[in-house]
Ligand binder design. Structure first.
Ligand code: AP5
Length: 212
């Protein structure tokens, strides 16, 4: 099963993507995580992506299509995969359709996380992230040890600064929201999820939408 997660920054794609992936027993690919790891390692990809990410702009489509193609070709994804934030422009959605078609597969469900912008600003301003696993946390300060005991330290993402948050929201509405219309025009199986509520309630809605 190939599941595409769509939604604005802070909607809970990462949090719920992990949970849905665990429930389905499939891996999750998050382009944000791939890019942050590349920035941390100082690779060519990371050097190219860093400035876009810090501002809250999108990394160019060609870069994302390369990551997408490589990731989907991995045998670990044969049973299925959760694609978290992998598709953020219409050309990326078209690219994913081409890649999956070439592999004899198709996107099964598009999960759209619905939430008001003001709640997102609050969520992202209060988020810290483990520098080792990239797992997000709420209500914990930067510099604290990761509560999962993985040895990581909690950090504030550069794109969780106020100016970058507002830019990410602008970018989402201008460039990513049209992807939903594109999927609807294609007749895709689109499920809208209310992203407000307890973590467990949102997970239950997402799992119902993927038939669990
Ligand atoms: P990425 O890392 O994917 O950032 P994003 O899309 O902005 O999403 P976030 O990770 O900020 O939020 P989320 O929806 O995963 O929410 P989370 O679960 O963390 O991408 C970063 C950058 O990489 C992009 O800006 C771009 O530059 C680049 N990039 C990546 N993919 C790209 C692509 N395809 N094309 C071009 N560029 C790309 O939750 C947020 C917070 O809320 C957490 O603290 C969490 O604990 C909390 N929370 C979650 N659920 C709830 C709940 N139900 N109630 C209360 N709090 C909650």
């Amino acid at each position: 099963m190939i599941v595409v997660l769509l939604g604005p920054p802070g909607a809970g794609k990462g949090t719920q993507g992990e949970r849905v992936a665990a429930a389905l027993g499939v891996p999750k690919i998050a382009t944000g995580d791939v890019l942050r790891a590349a920035v941390k390692d100082g690779t060519t990809l990371g050097l190219e992506a860093k400035a876009y990410m810090d501002r809250g702009d999108l990394v160019p489509d060609a870069v994302i299509l390369g990551i997408m193609k490589e990731a989907l070709a991995q045998p670990a994804q044969a049973k299925g995969v959760i694609l978290d934030g992998v598709v953020r422009t219409v050309p990326q959605a078209e690219g994913l359709a081409t890649v999956t078609r070439e592999l004899g597969r198709a996107v099964d469900v598009v999960l759209v996380f619905d939430i008001a912008d003001q709640l997102l600003v609050d969520r992202l301003s209060g988020r810290t992230t483990c520098d080792k696993t990239q797992k997000p946390f709420t209500g914990l300060q930067p510099g604290a040890a990761c509560p999962d005991g993985c040895g990581g330290t909690l950090v504030r993402r550069k794109d969780d600064e106020p100016e970058a948050i507002l830019n990410r929201l602008r970018v989402y509405h201008a460039q990513t929201a049209p992807v939903l219309d594109w999927y609807l025009r294609q007749g895709a199986n689109v499920a809208r999820i209310d992203a407000v509520g307890s973590f467990d309630d949102v997970t239950a809605r997402a799992l119902k939408a993927v038939g669990r």
